[in-house]
Ligand binder design. Structure first.
Ligand code: CA
Length: 229
């Protein structure tokens, strides 16, 4: 059965364009033209993914997202205005899976949709697994050991915690604030630059040592862990 995608976008030209392109890709499409209608439709069981514009009448995209996340983990991809970094940060912190900046190339959006749908399907299984893998990199959640091929990578506790959180959220852009909250905890009051320092440690021990690029910097926003083919 075709997966149904909800497009919440008040600019009807963009909404119709997306509807056409998505249908062409084999998805079913539902449209909503304001935040209130979008929220109502997003909570329906048959919606596999939501494309959510941030600038909406009735309810803002961020507000819609926050209310969706109270009850649902349906994947949400935001459409954000060009260069508005704060929108992206707030959106990702509010539980968006990804974002695309307007004006966007449809191929980019389609690729992100495929990733988000795939991740949602496999994400539920992952919770029961005790091992996270990315190519040759293997993180064992039971023994807290990390290996690359046959070699064990010695990590401090914080390095391990950071890597585990990033691998669990592989493919998702993580803001510094999110990393602080999840890895260092709410009680941490220091500078968010500490994340940059620990990312550097991980890169030295993994990316540089094994000539890989698992950890990518998203300028002005944060970091993303990716497994590239
Ligand atoms: Ca809009």
């Amino acid at each position: 059965m075709a997966e149904k995608i909800l497009v919440v976008e008040d600019e009807s030209k963009i909404a119709r364009f997306l509807e056409l392109e998505l249908k062409h890709e084999g998805y079913e499409v539902e449209l909503a033209f304001d935040g209130r209608d979008g929220l109502e439709k997003a909570l329906k069981d048959d919606i596999a993914l939501v494309i959510l514009d941030l600038m909406l009448p009735m309810l803002s995209g961020i507000e819609v997202l926050r209310r969706i996340r109270k009850t649902s983990d349906v994947p949400v991809i935001l459409l954000t205005a060009k260069d508005d970094v704060s929108d992206k940060v707030v959106g990702l912190d509010s539980g968006a899976n990804d974002y695309v900046t307007k004006p966007f190339a449809i191929e980019e959006l389609l690729a992100r949709i495929r990733v988000a749908l795939k991740r949602n399907g496999s994400g539920r299984r992952k919770a029961e697994e005790e091992v996270l893998t990315a190519g040759e990199l293997v993180l064992n959640k039971t023994s807290h050991k990390v290996t690359y091929g046959d070699e064990e990578i010695p990590l401090s506790k914080k390095e391990y915690d950071l890597l585990e959180y990033m691998m669990e959220n592989s493919g998702i852009v993580l803001t510094r604030e999110k990393l602080i909250e999840k890895v260092w905890g709410y009680e941490y009051y220091g500078d968010t630059n500490v994340t940059d320092v620990y990312i550097r440690y991980l890169r030295a021990k993994i990316d540089q040592k094994y000539n890989r690029s698992y950890i990518r910097t998203v300028r002005g926003v944060g970091y993303i862990f990716e497994e590239k083919d």
